[in-house]
Ligand binder design. Structure first.
Ligand code: GN1
Ligand code: MG
Length: 382
């Protein structure tokens, strides 16, 4: 299945006044007072809103939702409610305290809806802001890598026993790497923005890696990889750490939590942690393999889910990062060719820069795969 081409033009960020006007619709006492932009997500627009209630300010995270990327918001919010309730009940049973900071807590509208549809058709939702926390993007070092591996592993483990029915598919073909490659070929062929001639080297590099596109799906088709609930967007920006203890606190961004492969989550974590350099690094030499970070990440992940992994999952852990960095490179390059309709950008060649950086991550992970294999094997025999 070829993912949809995003036909509508990129929308601009809402004004702070527009957010403030909508923020009054959520069920908290006091009126919205201050609004400020928050976070670095590529899809929604997020804001921290303080409400005055005469005593102490209460703060919510208010998001304007991207309906081009997530057209079925009812499915998204349904999944969110089921997942967060399940996680909360589990933590409660385990006697874990501080629940309000360990699981996302949605704040409904005064009318009792899970999200607000404003008069202009834009949709907003609100969460309790998790205070005294730090985005994983600001964390560094092996301890944080270990924590991230364990936190996403724990998240997967906790959803193993989510009662039926299956979660809804919020974005069809999300990790269908072969379809992502097809979408790139179509975009290069149609070339709506006349950008293809400038990216021939990147297109060649993508084609040279085509076999990666079916590596996981072929194993899955053979029955070697179980389908289970995955987060599907396991990056550090989607994990909060406690500001004081620097331990992982809460997994965020549950919009793509749906049936999938656990390897996609591990691969995403490898993509962001096992190489230095930013996701959109302009200086490609800043992107170097960091074996100790991979080892720490894998140790944390295996501590959580090692006992659940099938033989094929163990075998494919060391290559999962290459698959996901390849897939994301395809997506960024496709978006560049299509005129930046999907990911938010800060400048006109941003998606191209991101694609180049992901291709470099891919190269590093491929060259180092022998080392990654040895590090993974060492964890298995322990
Ligand atoms: C997007 O929303 P955000 O920024 O957490 C994207 C992911 C990409 C990621 C790359 C729904 O995640 O798939 O891996 O950017 N989310 C969606 O940073 O497409
Ligand atoms: Mg996010």
């Amino acid at each position: 299945m070829v993912p949809a081409v995003y036909a509508r033009e990129v929308t601009t960020r809402p004004t702070l006044d527009a957010v403030k006007a909508c923020a009054g619709a959520f069920a908290v006492s006091g009126a919205p007072e201050q609004v400020r932009p928050h976070g670095t997500g590529h899809i929604h627009d997020s804001f921290v809103v303080s409400y005055g209630n005469g005593v102490a300010a209460r703060r919510l995270l208010v998001q304007r939702l991207n309906q081009r990327v997530l057209p079925n918001l009812d499915a998204v919010m349904d999944n969110l409610a089921r997942v967060t309730e399940h996680l909360r009940a589990r933590l409660q049973r385990a006697g874990v305290g501080d629940l309000g900071r360990r699981v996302l807590q949605l704040v409904p509208t005064r009318a009792g809806q899970s999200y607000l549809r404003a008069a202009d058709g834009e949709c907003y939702r609100a969460f309790e802001l998790i205070e005294d926390s730090v985005s994983g993007e600001l964390m560094s070092g092996e301890r944080a890598a270990f924590e991230a591996g364990r936190a996403f592993g724990d998240f997967q483990l906790a959803l193993l026993d989510l009662p039926a029915p299956p979660l809804r598919v919020t974005i069809p073909g999300f990790h269908d790497t072969a379809a992502r490659l097809t979408a790139l070929r179509v975009a290069a062929q149609n070339d709506p923005c006349a950008r293809a001639a400038d990216v021939l080297r990147e297109l060649d590099e993508a084609e040279a890696h085509a076999p990666l596109a079916t590596l996981l799906s072929a194993a899955q088709a053979k029955g070697a990889l179980p389908e289970r609930i995955a987060h599907n967007d396991a990056k550090l920006g989607n994990l909060l750490f406690d500001a004081r203890s620097e331990r992982a606190l809460c997994v965020l961004d549950l919009d793509t939590v749906m049936p999938g492969l656990w390897l996609h989550d591990f691969g995403d974590l490898v993509r962001v942690l096992a190489c230095s350099g930013a996701e959109d690094a302009r200086d490609l030499d800043s992107i170097q393999l960091r074996e100790p970070m991979y080892a720490a990440l894998a140790r944390g992940y295996v501590e959580a889910v090692g006992a659940q992994l099938s033989d094929s999952e163990w075998e494919l852990l060391p290559v999962a990062g290459a698959v996901i960095s390849f897939e994301l490179a395809l997506r960024f390059l496709t978006d560049h060719l299509q005129g930046d309709r999907y990911f938010k950008i800060a400048h006109p060649s941003h998606n191209l820069q991101r694609a180049r950086a992901q291709l470099r991550v891919l190269q590093r992970l491929e060259h180092g795969v022998g080392d990654l294999r040895a590090l993974t094997q060492a964890l298995r025999v322990q």
